[in-house]
Design a protein around this ligand. Structure first.
Ligand SMILES: *[C@@H]1O[C@H](CO)[C@@H](O)[C@H](O)[C@H]1NC(C)=O
Ligand SMILES: *[C@@H]1O[C@H](CO)[C@@H](O)[C@H](O)[C@H]1NC(C)=O
Ligand SMILES: *[C@@H]1O[C@H](CO)[C@@H](O)[C@H](O)[C@H]1NC(C)=O
Ligand SMILES: *[C@@H]1O[C@H](CO)[C@@H](O)[C@H](O)[C@H]1NC(C)=O
Length: 251
């Protein structure tokens, strides 16, 4: 994790507070490319507007939770995509994408590449071809503030890693590239885990991405997530996803 990631982490709480206060989707983090920019009213800018309108249009595939769009040619080509968390309804996916389309231009007003991570979806665009391409730079790690009690730490880390690695194997093999599951931690407490890749990745790239992300999880904390452009992983001691929507009993 870079110093930039730490900085993003510091900013997180103010964002979370300000966004949840208005009942909007909380933005967890955003990363703008720091190298290349475009100018207002340029061809690139117009192409970007085109793909953002396409991604947030009513005909985008909110039911699958993944959509890509491309506009323009050569150096003016823009490719964008969104990925909604696998348990979201199409309506909630659409709300998150619409919010993110507005928000990403506020946070990255002139950069040719940007990623916006929010609680329920990820929106991303680039002047490079980002489709079917594993990307694990610009990662963000977000730990819970609470530590696991030291006398339970070894057992907790074992449970998190085994649960998340099982989830990763399952997700990499299924066409949605998604898995969510829960296991008992104590008699009263349950561990919930969720992993997801963009479904344009191959099984191998998805598994590689998830393994990298799982290895970065802050397992001395009672919860945490690692967000990459290509995949994410998260665990908590509470049900942070809609268990009914994933349609599977506990295992
Ligand atoms: C944007 O570009 C178009 C076409 O080149 C031009 O007609 C228009 O005046 C420009 N608008 C601004 C605000 O620069
Ligand atoms: C939705 O339809 C519009 C108009 O036909 C098209 O320009 C756009 O690319 C479509 N978007 C998606 C995501 O298919
Ligand atoms: C990108 O979107 C197009 C149109 O919706 C679709 O046909 C294509 O399979 C998508 N590409 C990937 C890599 O998902
Ligand atoms: C959870 O998912 C179910 C089934 O899709 C849906 O009926 C329910 O409204 C969802 N609950 C929430 C809180 O979104």
């Amino acid at each position: 994790m870079s110093s930039r990631a730490s900085f993003i982490f510091l900013c997180l709480f103010s964002f979370l507070i300000s966004f949840t206060a208005y009942g909007q989707d909380p933005v967890l983090s955003h990363v703008c490319s720091d190298r290349t920019t475009y100018t207002r009213n340029s061809t690139y800018s117009n192409n970007l507007q085109t793909i953002l309108s396409s991604l947030s249009s009513s005909n985008a595939s909110y039911s699958t939770g993944f959509q890509n769009a491309t506009a323009g040619q050569n150096t003016d080509m823009v490719t964008g995509l969104f990925l909604c968390r696998g348990d979201l309804s199409p309506e909630d996916c659409r709300t998150c994408v619409a919010f993110s389309v507005d928000e990403i231009l506020i946070r990255c007003p002139s950069e040719t590449q940007a990623v916006l991570y929010s609680d329920e979806c990820m929106l991303r665009y680039s002047n490079k071809n980002i489709l079917s391409t594993l990307t694990t730079d610009r990662g963000v790690m977000i730990p819970s503030t609470r530590n696991v009690p030291p006398n339970q730490l070894d057992r907790f880390i074992d449970l998190v890693l085994s649960t998340m690695n099982q989830a990763a194997n399952e997700a990499a093999s299924n066409y949605r590239k998604f898995d969510a599951r829960k296991v008992s931690w104590t008699a009263q407490q349950t561990l919930y885990g969720l992993v997801q890749c963009t479904p344009d990745l191959t099984r191998q790239d998805c598994l590689r991405c998830l393994q990298l992300s799982i290895n970065q999880l802050p397992t001395d904390k009672i919860g945490g997530r690692v967000l990459y452009p290509s995949c994410s992983s998260r665990y908590e001691l509470y049900a942070f996803y809609n268990e009914t929507a994933i349609g599977r009993p506990s295992r």
